[in-house]
Design a protein around this ligand. Structure first.
Ligand SMILES: Nc1nc2c(ncn2[C@@H]2O[C@H](COP(=O)(O)OP(=O)(O)OP(=O)(O)O)[C@@H](O)[C@H]2O)c(=O)[nH]1
Ligand SMILES: [Zn+2]
Length: 311
C-alpha cells in the first residue's frame, strides 16, 4: 500500500518517515524507509537525493518501507557541498528561518544579522530575528535593532529563556510551521528551544552537537516535532548558512531597502562605492538607508569579490 510521508531524519541510506494522514495532518506512525535504487542517481546539481522535510510516497512490506517517489518541493534551504560545485539541500519544504541572537554574551552583531537576512532573501525564505537574553540588557542598541529590522519587514522577537519574556509571541510564530534555526554559539538556542518545548533543546544538543564535531556534519539534521504543531530544525552550523552561488554584483538586491534605488544609479553596474551619482549613496546620506546596512553590504561585497578571485 502506498502512503505519503515526510522525512524527519536521515541516516546514510535509510530515512525515518512520518506518515501523513489525509495529506494534511502528520500522523504518529514513523517508518524506517530505504531508497529505491533509482534515487541513488543524483538530481542534477544536487549532492543528496533526499533531504529532511521532503514529502515522499512510500510503500510498506512488513515493517520495511521503500521510498518510491519524491514529491515536488515547495521550498528548500541549501548550502554548497564541500567541493563548491554541487548544491546540498539541508531542509526541504520549510516555511521560514529564524536567527537567534543575544543582547550580550555574545553581543548583538548587526553584520551577522544582515548576512543571515541576505541569505534568506537569496533563498527566498521568510525570516525572523529573535533577540534573546533580554533579561541581561535592553539598551538603545537592542531597541534600534528591533525597530530597524521590523521596519524592513522582518519579524523581530525579544525573548528571555530565563524569565520567559516574549516566549509566547515567539511560540505563536513557530506554530504550525517548519522553522529552521540558526545562530552563533552561546546565544541560547538550546535554552530557548527547551523553554518552548521542554526536553526538545536537550535532544538538539545530544544528537546534533556530538556529530557536528565529527566529519558527518549534515547527517544529523533532523525535524523536531513541536507540541504546538510544526517542526523545528537545527542547522548543522552557522557558517553553512551562506549565499551559495550568488554573484557579488547581485547582492545589492538582497537588501529590500536598496531595491527602489538600484535602477536610479547613473551606471547600471554601479557597486555603490566611489561611483558618481549613486542613488544608494544619496539615500544613505539622506538617512533613508542606515549606515550599518550599507556597511554590511560593502563588507559582504568585498569578501565575495576576494573569494571570487580565489577560484
Ligand atoms: N541571562 C540569560 N542567559 C541565557 C538565556 N538563554 C541562554 N542563556 C545562557 O547562555 C548560555 C548559552 O546557552 P545555550 O542554550 O547553551 O546556547 P546555544 O545557542 O545552544 O549554544 P551552543 O550550544 O554553543 O550552540 C547558557 O549559560 C545559558 O544558561 C537568557 O535568555 N538569559
Ligand atoms: Zn549606486
Amino acid at each position: 500500500m502506498k502512503q505519503i510521508g515526510q522525512v524527519i531524519r536521515g541516516h546514510g541510506s535509510h530515512y525515518i518517515v512520518k506518515n501523513i494522514v489525509k495529506n494534511t495532518e502528520v500522523g504518529d506512525e514513523t517508518y524506517t524507509c530505504r531508497l529505491r535504487g533509482k534515487f541513488r542517481i543524483q538530481r542534477q546539481g544536487e549532492s543528496n537525493p533526499i533531504a529532511v522535510g521532503d514529502l515522499v510516497e512510500f510503500s510498506l512490506w512488513r515493517d520495511e518501507g521503500a521510498i518510491e517517489k519524491i514529491l515536488p518541493r515547495r521550498s528548500k534551504l541549501s548550502r554548497l557541498a564541500p567541493d563548491q560545485r554541487l548544491e546540498h539541500v539541508l531542509v526541504a519544504n520549510l516555511d521560514q528561518v529564524a536567527m537567534i541572537t543575544s543582547t550580550k554574551q555574545p553581543k548583538l552583531n548587526f553584520n551577522l544579522i544582515d548576512r543571515f537576512l541576505m541569505a534568506a532573501e537569496y533563498q527566498d525564505l521568510r525570516a525572523a530575528i529573535c533577540i534573546n537574553k533580554i533579561d541581561l540588557k535592553n539598551d538603545k542598541k537592542v531597541q534600534t535593532a528591533q525597530r530597524l529590522y521590523s521596519e524592513l519587514g522582518y519579524s523581530v522577537f525579544l525573548t528571555s529563556a530565563v524569565t520567559g519574556q516574549g516566549i509566547d509571541q515567539f511560540k505563536s510564530y513557530l506554530a504550525e510551521k517548519l522553522t529552521v534555526f540558526t545562530g552563533q554559539s552561546g546565544v541560547g538556542k538550546s535554552s530557548l528551544l527547551n523553554k518552548i518545548e521542554p526536553g526538545l533543546g536537550l535532544r538538539v544538543g545530544d544528537i546534533c552537537r556530538k556529530s557536528r564535531k565529527g566529519r558527518h556534519t549534515t547527517v544529523c539534521t533532523e525535524l523536531l516535532p513541536l507540541s504546538i504543531s510544526g517542526y523545528a530544525a537545527d542547522t548543522p552550523g552557522f557558517r553553512e548558512f551562506g549565499l551559495l552561488t550568488a554573484h557579488p554584483d547581485e547582492i545589492d538586491n538582497l537588501l529590500p531597502e536598496f531595491r527602489p534605488y538600484l535602477m536610479q544609479c547613473r551606471f547600471n553596474d554601479c557597486r555603490h562605492g566611489a561611483e558618481p551619482e549613486c542613488a544608494v549613496k544619496s539615500a544613505l546620506l539622506r538617512g533613508d538607508i542606515l549606515p550599518s546596512r550599507y556597511q554590511s553590504y560593502q563588507k559582504i561585497f568585498e569578501e565575495m569579490k576576494t573569494k571570487q578571485k580565489l577560484y
